[in-house]
Design a protein around this ligand. Structure first.
Ligand SMILES: NC(=O)c1ccc[n+]([C@@H]2O[C@H](COP(=O)([O-])OP(=O)(O)OC[C@H]3O[C@@H](n4cnc5c(N)ncnc54)[C@H](O)[C@@H]3O)[C@@H](O)[C@H]2O)c1
Length: 264
């Protein structure tokens, strides 16, 4: 079992939602956090709150789609705290819409998912995660750090109508733990650095609160526990995955029993 006390977490998307909650959970358990986000304002708020909690925190404004930013974020962890034990690339976006939307009366396509909305989600949710994880893994290996890379997939990885872009990136997050674990195994590193993904259902964060509220109400009728997952429940789940070194190379769902795929 690993201990969170004194462990260093690099969290992207740390200025809000799941990333912020994970950062606060991590310092409550005695860990240290390095937070990256595009929101400077959000980062200073979270930094002040964590400092007030007595936690150790470093922040950096970074855009995870930029290779250089991801390298600098990983360097910050080493410079400030000397190690890097948890990588949690939580920065992510949604840009929902149907791939092609035929008009209900004419049956002719009047709207399409734009290339911009497709590409933006791929850039942040897939390429941004690749860059964050690659840069952090490099530092972990070179500094002999032990720990976990915890990716954020989603129940959307199973296919959600209206989210061709998002679901595609989340399906990619589901396969990455297998690939990364296999690569580390080949190089004799898999006992030191594990990789998993968590796949949450609908979590009460700004991302979900910004969704179409009628659609969200409909979704909640499909959730056996009858409510959104709390960000704090996701954060403590990541903590358990970190501590338990038998968990590696797979996807772990946290969705309150959501009837997967019922209506997509
Ligand atoms: N909320 C959910 O129901 C849910 C469910 C499953 C998976 N997830 C995944 O969990 C992760 C966190 O989601 P959330 O609900 O906390 O989202 P959120 O929108 O509440 O927070 C995301 C954070 O990422 C930051 N961000 C966006 N683009 C960035 C970029 N290019 N570089 C750096 N930071 C950037 C935002 O500023 C924001 O602070 C995402 O990957 C999301 O897909 C969320």
């Amino acid at each position: 079992m690993l201990e969170i006390k004194d462990a260093v977490a690099v969290i992207t998307g740390g200025a809000g939602g799941i990333g912020e909650e994970l950062a606060k959970y991590w310092v409550q358990q005695g860990g240290k956090v390095v937070l990256g986000d595009i929101s400077a304002e959000g980062l200073s708020r979270v930094e002040a709150e964590i400092t007030a909690m007595g936690g150790q925190v470093a922040t950096m404004v970074c855009d995870t789609t930029r290779e250089e930013d991801c390298g600098r974020l990983a360097d910050l962890a080493i410079e400030k705290f000397g190690c890097l034990n948890l990588v949690a690339p939580a920065a992510g976006i949604i840009r929902d819409g149907l791939m092609v939307a035929p008009d209900k009366e004419t049956g002719k396509v009047t709207k399409k998912m734009s290339l911009g909305n497709f590409q933006a989600v791929i850039d942040i949710n897939l390429t941004g995660v690749f860059l964050t994880v690659r840069e952090c893994a490099e530092r972990m290996i070179n500094h002999g750090c032990r720990g976990l890379i915890c990716l954020f997939s989603s129940t959307g990885s199973l296919g959600t109508a209206g989210q061709l872009n998002y679901s595609s990136t989340k399906a990619a997050m589901s396969v990455m733990p297998k690939v990364i674990t296999g690569e580390f195994f080949r190089r004799g590193l898999a006992d030191k650095i594990r990789c998993v993904a968590i796949a949450p259902g609908y979590v009460g964060t700004p991302m979900v609160k910004g969704m179409n509220q009628k659609a969200l109400e409909g979704i909640l009728t499909q959730v056996p526990i009858g409510r959104l997952i709390e960000p704090a429940e996701v954060a403590s789940f990541v903590g358990e995955l970190y501590r338990n070194e038998a968990l590696a190379g797979d996807v772990f769902f946290i969705h309150g029993g959501l009837r997967l795929g019922s209506k997509g």
